[in-house]
Design a protein around this ligand. Structure first.
Ligand SMILES: Cc1cc2nc3c(=O)[nH]c(=O)nc-3n(C[C@H](O)[C@H](O)[C@H](O)COP(=O)(O)OP(=O)(O)OC[C@H]3O[C@@H](n4cnc5c(N)ncnc54)[C@H](O)[C@@H]3O)c2cc1C
Length: 307
């Protein structure tokens, strides 16, 4: 029997990948999503989503992504619960190697997301979503009138700290060095904001609390001295790593490993698109990922029509 050729192969089943699948399937394409062991993406790590349109009340990441997955399946997208190991790029047909099989496809949408970098402390995993967050835009609103802390010293950490001053009464910024790495203008804004207190030369040794975070033990990297900082939330802002290892040398990546795309979400290879956090250095929000998944899929459909 001749092997079936997919028209759209989507790698990754977060908001970007599953939205692309909805548009691919509704566009009449033979669409498959390589979802890894569990579809859903990063939102599975969060309990309360309040900023995804369409839900008047908070919805958990699991419930939201189950709905999106069900929708994609109902419309005819095939979900393959395998990690993609490799892609082979050729001029007219691509090969995807996943599990024990090879799949041929006319287009690919890369939607493998990015991972927030964490400190790697056991207390951090225990209290994740219970006061430990990787997203100030997503969770800052929950800490109105509270004292919070941001960990990091780059642009994202500085922007997060400034954003959090809208809600929190005080924002500590914990940085392991004796000066910020953030852009000069951001540094000026940080310094002139009375709600922000810098804690230089310190790292978090452990977070405190059982069912919600109550504080952290900080260690001075120069003297070794330790102190306790009480705060209702800690925002870890030490960067993201895009999931692009398997695409190195296949499509163009930028210096931080994000897939480079143009305004049509086309990569450096004709017929291969990218969407969501894997190509988004700035927003990293579910609605943006979903929107770019839609755009990538619509452009892939157009590309096939014009072939
Ligand atoms: C704790 C937390 C809370 C958040 N809260 C909010 C919020 O309230 N509101 C909001 O808008 N955003 C929130 N975000 C951000 C949001 O989750 C992301 O912006 C969004 O999930 C990005 O979607 P994506 O589809 O690009 O990637 P992802 O959601 O990262 O999905 C990519 C998927 O691809 C899979 N994958 C990777 N490599 C492969 C491979 N080789 N083969 C197959 N599959 C692969 C990954 O395992 C993952 O499942 C939050 C993020 C975190 C971490």
């Amino acid at each position: 029997m001749e092997e079936k050729i997919l028209e759209m192969a989507i790698i990754g089943a977060g908001p970007a990948g599953l939205t692309a699948a909805i548009y691919g399937a509704r566009g009449g394409l033979d669409t498959a999503v390589f979802a890894g062991p569990a579809a859903g993406g990063q939102l599975l790590m969060t309990m309360d989503i309040e900023n995804f349109p369409g839900f008047a009340n908070p919805i958990s990441g699991f419930d939201l992504m189950t709905k999106v997955l069900t929708q994609a399946k109902r419309l005819g997208a095939q979900i393959i619960n395998e990690n993609v190991r490799e892609i082979e790029v050729s001029s007219n047909l691509f090969t995807i190697r996943a599990g024990q099989k090879d799949y041929k496809t006319k287009t690919i949408i890369i939607a493998t997301g990015a991972q927030a970098r964490w400190l790697g402390l056991p207390s951090e995993s225990k209290l994740m979503g219970k006061g430990i967050s990787g997203c100030a835009t997503c969770d800052g609103f929950f800490y109105k009138g509270k004292e919070v802390a941001v960990i990091g010293g780059g642009d994202t950490a500085a922007e997060d700290a400034l954003f959090l001053t809208k809600f929190a009464t005080k924002v500590y910024m914990i940085h392991r060095r004796d000066q910020l790495r953030a852009a000069f203008l951001l540094q000026q804004k940080i310094k002139s904001n009375p709600k922000i207190e810098m804690i230089y030369d310190h790292v978090v040794e452990e977070f405190l609390g059982e069912n919600k975070v109550e504080g952290a033990i900080l260690k001075n990297v120069k003297t070794g001295d330790k102190k306790t900082l009480n705060a209702s939330a800690f925002f870890v802002a030490i960067g993201h790593t895009p999931n692009t290892e398997i695409f190195k040398g296949k499509v163009k990546l930028d210096n931080e490993g994000y897939v480079e795309v143009n305004a049509n979400f086309e990569t450096s290879v004709e017929g291969i698109y990218a969407a969501g956090d894997v190509c988004d250095r700035i927003y990293k929000q579910a609605i943006v990922a979903a929107g770019s998944g839609c755009m990538a899929a619509m452009n892939a459909i157009k590309h096939l029509e014009n072939k």
